[in-house]
Design a protein around this ligand. Structure first.
Ligand SMILES: C[S@@+](CC[C@H](N)C(=O)[O-])C[C@H]1O[C@@H](n2cnc3c(N)ncnc32)[C@H](O)[C@@H]1O
Length: 197
């Protein structure tokens, strides 16, 4: 499976911004929950910057990304408890891949959701893969008023979380990234899967 992200794969792991973003996300994650032993889905994992940080502590990670080139780099890391899928997430893929037989304690999506053609429906799919009380966490560029064409607003994310029956929703802007475009704030959204939904 190839996509427009393939061309970034070669330099992804040597880009200090990627590493910093993943380190920041990981540090926020650790402040949020104890990840020891959890079963995790890293949605839109890229070359596995966040997967690699989580791997030593969690039980296992299923890492999915539609870019074959990104996944190739993650496979080369040979992380013992990580299985990879190079594909888009869909009902079909969930139906036939053994990695989706069991639901997850934690799903992370680091800098992915704002690039999706249909964020809201993808969130519904992701929600269906969580155990009761499982946690979903996303990080994305923060688009304060939803007009910047890149990133997500708090309002849009909150609406999508509520529509999917997440509880304990918490949306913050915990860190900023400095780039050639200036200072870019990062939105972090967390929700728990509700067992009555
Ligand atoms: C900015 S990169 C982030 C990669 C990784 N999460 C990280 O933090 O380094 C965005 C990733 O989203 C993936 N992506 C793009 N469209 C997607 C889709 N429809 N479903 C899942 N992932 C997608 C890309 O292939 C790419 O690896």
């Amino acid at each position: 499976m190839s996509n427009e992200w393939d061309e970034y794969a070669n330099n992804w792991d040597t880009d200090p911004t990627v590493e910093k973003y993943a380190n920041n996300a990981f540090s926020e994650l650790l402040q949020l929950i104890n990840i020891d032993g959890l079963s995790v889905l890293d949605f839109g994992c890229g070359t596995g910057a966040l997967t690699k940080l989580m791997s030593p502590r969690v039980g296992n990670v299923v890492a999915i990304d539609p870019s074959t080139e990104m996944i190739k780099r993650l496979d080369k890391k040979e992380l013992y408890n990580v299985s990879t899928i190079s594909d888009y997430l869909s009902h079909d893929v969930i139906g036939y891949r053994p990695e989706f037989e069991n639901k997850f304690d934690l799903i992370v999506a680091s800098s992915v959701c704002s690039f999706l053609p249909d964020y809201e429906s993808t969130l519904t799919l992701l929600r269906s893969l969580l155990k009761t009380d499982g946690v979903f966490v996303q990080w994305d560029w923060f688009d304060e008023d939803g007009t910047q064409g890149m990133g997500l607003s708090k309002e849009r994310v909150e609406r999508a979380f509520e529509a999917n029956g997440f509880k304990n929703i918490n949306i913050t802007v915990p860190f900023v990234m400095n780039s050639s475009k200036g200072t870019m704030p990062v939105l972090m959204a967390v929700g728990k899967a509700d067992n009555i939904f």
